[in-house]
Design a protein around this ligand. Structure first.
Ligand SMILES: Nc1ncnc2c1ncn2[C@@H]1O[C@H](COP(=O)(O)OP(=O)(O)OP(=O)(O)O)[C@@H](O)[C@H]1O
Ligand SMILES: [Mg+2]
Length: 454
């Protein structure tokens, strides 16, 4: 049953709505004869939708809307006015009303409006839930020393208005870091605007970034704000900055120097207030030496540099990342959460992750989940390139350890030994490759696992 609250000082009107809505069967109706009474009812009952008269003596409909906005989170409101003055309805919608009807309209129209605002509300809630889920899914995971250093850098730089350059391999998490910088910044509610410089055709780059005046070039039929303007007091994230054409690089440099932007085809300037974050997986120094990137621009952008570590330098974060991805992906597919077998996890830890870092891990896990019918994800579901080479199982141990603990220790031992082999048993280098604090931490682990050079 949908509970509708009708607020109108004229009893004849409330009775009419009450009678008509009840007759339809799917609505329960409460009535209130003043704004104040209506607000009290909202506190007491679980109202799904409000039908509100704008003209009432004392506290009118506008005042009710204002009070509701102050309280926040109330049900959707449909307003009506006896004067037939739609400007007032529009004004009410600015104050938060979701729809309006005419006093003389048949009940079918009113019901249609009620259903529409309820649908709208439910869609908005779904979007908000998805955004929350996205955030929960994407916030930076990992407590390894390189990740802690990254979190520190984010915390230190978030509130500083100077540009930040994010360097890191593809899929290492630069997008998330840019967002985290914005969210930890001084105005997280301001816009966060991401522009992928690689995805823009050359002839549109400048208009995209700086905007254009009507008629500035063929196809510019209307004046358009560029990304710098649209980002307002928020953050402009220029992703893949290394791909920006040289002409646009020159303009970008001027914008960063002058803190103003000029739309293409315009003469006046507009102040730039957005914070600029750039990212690239290219080596900008070598781009400078080959003349593909302006050195003066690089020095504007790299006032602060955050290096986002590749996954293989922080392998100790992998179990937590894997667990998060398994949970998030199962939830997204509407499946029961599966568990990753220690042997499968060990195989994930042994892989180099050179191609796409965390994104590759995420994709691998998604594929493994799809390939699993049972409750646990095992080595059988690993993509070919990640399969432990033949003989792995036999060499785990002669006695085939069965307990989770024994399997995990065996997996850890393999990870440590292989990393040591790769780095010629150099403890400091191996420790850093595994994302451990120092060689002492590695020594401790080696002792626990009884790992010694043969
Ligand atoms: N530390 C992390 N915690 C949780 N998820 C992460 C982490 N790092 C990366 N991811 C996830 O990995 C994927 C790739 O990350 P992102 O898009 O930020 O990489 P990128 O560095 O911007 O890559 P590219 O250079 O290809 O643009 C995303 O799905 C992101 O949510
Ligand atoms: Mg990216």
């Amino acid at each position: 049953m949908t509970l509708v609250l009708v607020i109108d000082d004229v009893p004849a009107m409330t009775s009419l709505y009450e009678y008509d809505l009840r007759r339809l069967g799917q609505y329960a109706v409460h009535v209130a004869h003043s704004g104040r009474e209506g607000l009290d009812a909202l506190l007491q009952d679980d109202v799904d939708c409000v039908i509100l008269d704008l003209e009432m003596p004392g506290m009118d409909g506008f005042a009710v809307l204002r009070e509701m906005a102050k309280r926040g989170g109330g049900p959707p409101v449909i307003v009506y006015t006896g004067t037939g003055d739609f400007d007032r309805c529009v004004q009410a919608m600015r104050l938060g009303a979701d729809g309006f009807v005419d006093k003389n309209e048949p009940i079918e129209r009113v019901v249609h409006e009620v259903e529409t605002v309820l649908k709208l509300r439910s869609l908005r809630e779904q979007v908000a839930a998805m955004q929350r889920r996205d955030r929960a899914e994407s916030a930076l995971v990992g407590g390894s020393p390189p990740m802690r250093a990254l979190q520190d850098a984010i915390a230190r730089l978030a509130r500083i208005p100077s540009p930040v350059l994010l360097l890191g391999e593809s899929g290492s998490g630069k997008d998330i870091v840019a967002r985290e910088l914005h969210l930890a910044g001084s105005d997280p509610k301001a816009p966060f605007l991401a522009v992928n410089c690689a995805a823009l055709p050359d002839h549109l780059v400048e208009s995209e970034l700086f905007g254009h005046e009507r008629g500035a070039f063929t196809g510019a039929v209307t004046t358009r704000k560029g990304a710098f303007e649209a980002a307002g007091k928020g953050t402009l994230f220029l992703d893949e900055i290394g791909e920006l054409p040289l002409a646009a690089q020159a303009k970008l440099l001027r914008v960063l120097e002058a803190h103003t932007v000029t739309r293409v085809g315009a003469s006046g300037t507009i102040p730039v207030t957005a914070r600029v974050i750039t990212a690239t997986n290219r080596d900008l120094d070598s781009e400078v030496s080959t003349g593909r990137f302006r050195e003066d621009l690089l020095y504007r952008l790299n006032v602060h540099v955050i290096r986002v570590p590749p996954l293989r330098e922080r392998l100790s974060d992998l179990p937590e990342l894997a667990e998060r991805f398994v949970a998030a992906i199962c939830a997204r597919f509407g499946r029961r959460v599966k568990t990753l077998e220690p042997t499968a996890l060990a195989a994930l830890m042994r892989y180099e992750w050179r191609r796409n870092n965390v994104r590759e891990l995420r994709n691998v896990i998604e594929r493994m989940i799809i390939a699993t019918d049972g409750e646990t994800i095992g080595v059988e579901q690993l993509p070919a390139e990640l399969r432990p080479e033949a003989g792995f199982r036999e060499t785990v141990s002669e006695a085939e350890p069965q307990s989770y603990r024994a399997l995990r220790e065996e997996a850890e031992r393999r990870i440590v030994v292989e990393a040591l082999e790769r780095h010629g048993w150099h403890l400091t280098r191996t420790a850093s490759a595994l994302g451990l604090a120092d060689h002492a931490s590695l020594s401790k682990i080696m002792k626990r696992l009884d790992v010694r050079r043969a």
